[in-house]
Design a protein around this ligand. Structure first.
Ligand SMILES: [Zn+2]
Length: 296
């Protein structure tokens, strides 16, 4: 890595930190940002500094074990969580962590942002699950993140905040903006009492569009694996069921515009989930309709 390239990355982190602070995604010295410099080194934000007022010289270079290589300051206390992402996702070159208030409110309420509501969110992020609570700056948090990070580019962290990743630091940061924007819209829809969801059919169509837009999604959209073993809340709290996620769970009803969310969000009985069998049937129907259209 040339000094000039590293200088550009340092400037990018300063800019992303400034935007995070300006948008109120962090308070005080919260949040952290990192960039993969090469196979073995990571550039990251320092601890105990407001992310809105950083300078390029404050950044710290560490190896994949978190050992400091360069820098006068110490790396962020959440560095372990960033390193966990880099170890599990070779495609990822940047990680952003913040506490955007509305998305974090969902993370505190235990409500994942996994309903098919906005087309661009389904296409880009799929859905945003909640990683189990782990005490900040301990190995608990990386362990919680590990379970989801292979299938998702954005996570809520229970009772804490949000984590986004990407091929560069601006891509990772924009996912943080998308999550907070999605959370605000979902909150307003829920306050209005009507969160109309996109249909399963539309979700399949949006998933197919990913290729057209050149969106590299880490995993396909799939069924909720916890439905066979009780409610999502129960299985989320049970570490014995914490196998790694290998697909993105999106809640979508069978017909367009159906109301999936009952008046009491705690009552999950009204939810319908997309199974592999249903997904396959939908794709088969779509192919049949397409072929019929071509010949007719
Ligand atoms: Zn945090």
């Amino acid at each position: 890595m040339s000094t000039r390239a590293e200088d550009a990355f340092r400037a990018d982190i300063v800019e992303v930190g400034r935007r995070m602070y300006a948008r109120g995604y962090v308070a005080s010295n919260d949040g952290n940002i990192s960039i993969r410099l090469d196979d073995s080194t990571i550039l990251t934000t320092p601890k105990s500094v407001s992310k809105g007022f950083m300078t390029a010289d404050m950044m710290v270079v560490v190896d994949l074990d978190g050992k400091k290589i360069r820098g006068t300051r110490d790396a962020s206390s959440e560095l372990l969580m960033h390193l966990e992402v880099y170890k599990n996702r070779p495609d990822v070159r940047a990680v952003v962590h913040a506490h955007p208030p509305t998305a974090t409110g969902f993370a505190v309420a235990g409500i994942p942002l996994d309903c098919a509501v906005l087309a661009e969110v389904v296409t880009t992020l799929g859905s945003i699950p909640i990683a189990e609570y782990g005490t900040p700056s301990t190995p608990e948090l990386p362990a919680a993140v590990r379970k989801y990070i292979k299938a998702y580019d954005g996570l809520l962290l229970a009772n804490h905040g949000a984590l986004t990743i990407g091929p560069d630091v601006f891509a990772a940061y924009y996912k943080m903006e998308t999550i907070e924007h999605f959370a605000k819209i979902s909150l307003v829809a829920r306050q209005l009492g009507r969160e109309h969801l996109l249909s399963r059919e539309e979700v399949v169509r949006l998933q197919d569009l990913r290729g057209n837009y050149g969106i590299k999604s880490p995993a396909p959209i799939c069924a909720d694996p916890s439905t066979s073993s009780g409610s999502r809340a129960e299985s989320r709290d049970d570490p014995s069921t914490s196998s790694e996620a290998n697909c993105q769970i999106v809640q979508a009803p069978s017909s367009h515009g159906a109301r999936l969310i009952p008046s009491d969000p705690a009552d999950l009985d009204g939810e319908i989930r997309l199974s592999y069998r249903e997904l396959t049937a939908l794709i088969e129907d779509a192919v049949k309709a397409l072929l019929g259209g071509q010949h007719g």
